[in-house]
Design a protein around this ligand. Structure first.
Ligand SMILES: [Fe+2]
Ligand SMILES: [Fe+2]
Length: 147
């Protein structure tokens, strides 16, 4: 079975590929695809991956910084959601999302994951992976991607 780290990294790649596509085609439809991939990822991490890390005292600051970055991504994403793709600042907002996501992904993969790999047992990581996949599947079923 894939580890939680493999699962999250594969989703990071999917999200950034979709953001690149959104920057190329400038469509709101592609933005909604980005959102449909990003929302369950952020929520799943917050519900299942970050809490066990927060319990490890020395990781608390790293995780609280990650939450802040999630909030920034969510706020840019909700601005885009209420914007028209033809508006003059659409392109710069998508670019802002790209930068915010890239920055977070880099920190997560280079700081959070290595720290988590040390802090969590393989059993615990396996359990999180299973819960994450279940959560993600349910979320996607309950939130059909296009409005
Ligand atoms: Fe992530
Ligand atoms: Fe994250």
């Amino acid at each position: 079975m894939e580890t939680i780290y493999d699962i999250l990294k594969a989703e990071h790649k999917q999200v950034s590929d979709l953001i690149q596509q959104a920057m190329r085609d400038g469509s709101k439809e592609t933005f909604f695809k980005v959102k449909a991939k990003t929302d369950p990822h952020l929520l799943g991490e917050e519900k299942l991956f970050y809490p066990p890390l927060e319990q490890k005292g020395d990781l608390r600051e790293l995780v609280s910084h990650a939450y802040e970055e999630h909030n920034e991504i969510k706020s840019i994403s909700s601005e885009l959601e209420s914007m028209d793709a033809s508006s003059s600042n659409w392109t710069s907002k998508i670019k802002e999302l790209d930068e915010s996501v890239s920055h977070h992904v880099e920190e997560e993969e280079n700081k959070v994951f290595p720290a988590a790999q040390k802090a969590l047992s393989e059993d615990k990581a396996q359990q999180i992976a299973q819960q994450y996949l279940d959560f993600s599947k349910n979320f996607t079923q309950q939130h059909p991607s296009m409005p």
